[in-house]
Design a protein around this ligand. Structure first.
Ligand code: ATP
Ligand code: MG
Ligand code: MG
Ligand code: MG
Length: 469
């Protein structure tokens, strides 16, 4: 079996042999973009190279990039535990051309690598192109010999990439693997494409234009290439699995969780083990890159992920903190590729342990309250915003945690009501502090409270509603 580590190496070595510079993954906290919560794609570290603001001594690069998609525009947190293909943390394999080769080179490389180097069966593959991009369709016919039934034209923005309202943009072409009719889901572009039968493995972006203003777009004199392939999705295919969570990298963590809790990996608690494995990766890598749990911004996203994992440890029946005990398994699987994990191991361990110990006390009480309240809500109904706010304010439940608990029970949260309750409390807090004239004192006070463990004060400063973080 090819391990995920082998598969990653094959990718980087292939592109190195094709004149690409192997560049290290950049950190999860983007250095060059304060508007972006976390690095969520391989191209992030090259943004300024694509716009021309920065130059590099190479025109072709390849990376295996650490990505987190939780919070912000790309948020897959709610998919974890529900689909076979989404993680909050994953590795994106990519090759980049900065004004060097374009569409033809990108398609040739991609097809060559997956069918020859990795040996995927061509008849399991299909591709999408943007419906305006006949060039790409013709190249797929010529290079891969695909007939028109396997080249799906998509008219939507799913197949048109843009960096922002202005800047480089262009059509993209996605490569899908068909896991077979035993899995539910239709082909890309169909009404039931959200299933997990046809899984997108690789996205090729053709940066062809520059958007100058809402209605002015020009051809780039030197078009560029940006691609991204999920290592875990590719590994699933190559290891003969349908589900990302069955690949070696994730399986080792699931087994570590099963071992530590003495609860079967594939029994009724399989989903909890999977969520724990996923969240262990995102939290550990975030901490290794300098994010610490807090009540705002990136730190609050980290805290939310941690608390969701802890809820699953609770479901499994874990009485003692669990996550910190799984760190060695993660370091063993990924420490060689990502030495920052090894360096940060003590910090990761202590942070997880502390956070879990503190949250444990209020988690159980909060869940009990939630159980009582849910009993009064009919199926399909929603939890009053005031209650969600109490859970947040008194028990430290991020609202997405409450939503996740209720989702499993076919109920929702009245988010407007929650936001109103939050707004009221913020206004009161502001009033109470008016006149002190010292913002720094306020911060200090909250920090002190936090340190002393008064969870009642969790999150005064927080914008919790989805999308605001
Ligand atoms: P999907 O439509 O399946 O959510 P996407 O179109 O959002 O994927 P891209 O933004 O094109 O994904 O990212 C490039 C590649 O990264 C994808 O083709 C996929 O292989 C991988 N990928 C994207 N999101 C995730 C995720 N949450 N977990 C694991 N791999 C992912
Ligand atoms: Mg997506
Ligand atoms: Mg997609
Ligand atoms: Mg895509």
């Amino acid at each position: 079996m090819q391990t995920a580590n082998d598969i990653r190496a094959t990718f980087l070595n292939y592109f190195a042999s094709q004149g690409h510079q192997i560049v290290e993954s950049s950190p999860l906290v983007p250095r060059n973009d304060p508007t972006l919560m976390f690095t969520n794609a391989g191209m992030v570290q090259f943004k300024n190279v694509f716009t021309g603001a920065e130059t590099r001594p190479y025109s072709r690069a390849t990376t295996s990039q650490k990505c987190v998609r939780a919070g912000g525009k790309h948020n897959d947190l709610d998919n974890v535990g529900y689909t076979a293909r989404h993680h909050t943390f994953f590795e994106m394999l990519g090759n980049f051309s900065f004004g060097d080769y374009f569409k033809e080179g990108a398609i040739e490389h991609a097809w060559n690598l997956i069918t020859k180097e990795y040996g995927l069966a061509p008849d399991k593959l299909l591709v999408t192109v943007h419906s305006s991009d006949e060039d790409a369709a013709a190249l797929w016919r010529k290079i891969a010999g695909l007939d028109d039934s396997r080249i799906i034209r998509i008219p939507t923005d799913d197949n048109f990439w843009r960096m922002g309202d202005t800047g480089p943009c262009g059509p993209c072409s996605e490569i899908f693997y068909d896991h077979g009719p035993q899995v539910a889901g239709g082909p890309p572009g169909s009404a039931d494409q959200d299933g997990d039968r046809f899984i997108e493995i690789w996205n090729l972006v053709f940066m062809q234009y520059e958007q100058l203003s809402p209605d002015r777009r020009i051809e780039l004199p030197k078009p560029s290439i940006d691609t991204g392939m999920g290592l875990e999705r590719l590994a699933a295919v190559l290891q003969g699995k349908h589900d990302n969570y069955d690949i070696d990298l994730l399986r080792a963590l699931i087994l570590a969780s099963a071992d530590a809790t003495k609860v079967a990996a594939d029994g009724p608690h399989a989903v909890s083990h999977r969520v724990i494995a996923d969240h262990l990766r995102s939290t550990s890598f975030l901490i290794a890159d300098g994010v610490l749990p807090s009540n705002e911004g990136r730190g609050y996203v980290l805290r939310r992920i941690m608390r969701r994992a802890m809820r699953h440890a609770h479901i499994i029946g874990c009485k003692e903190p669990l996550m910190f005990r799984l760190v060695p398994a993660l370091v063993q699987m990924m420490g060689a590729q990502y030495p920052e994990l090894v360096r940060a191991q003590p910090l990761i361990t202590e942070t997880l342990k502390l956070e879990e110990t503190r949250f444990k006390q209020t988690l159980e009480r909060g869940l009990r309250l939630l159980d009582e309240e849910t009993a009064n809500i009919p199926e399909g109904g929603s939890l009053p915003g005031e209650t969600a706010f109490k859970l947040y304010d008194t028990f430290g439940f991020p609202v997405d945690l409450t939503q996740d608990v209720l989702r499993g029970r076919n109920r929702t949260v009245d988010i407007d009501g929650f936001n109103q309750a939050m707004g009221r409390q913020k206004a009161e807090a502001r009033k109470a502090w008016a006149g002190s004239g010292e913002a720094a004192t306020e911060t200090l006070w909250f920090e002190l409270r936090d340190e002393l463990g008064a969870t009642e004060f969790l999150g005064y400063d927080t914008e919790v509603a989805e999308g605001k973080v």
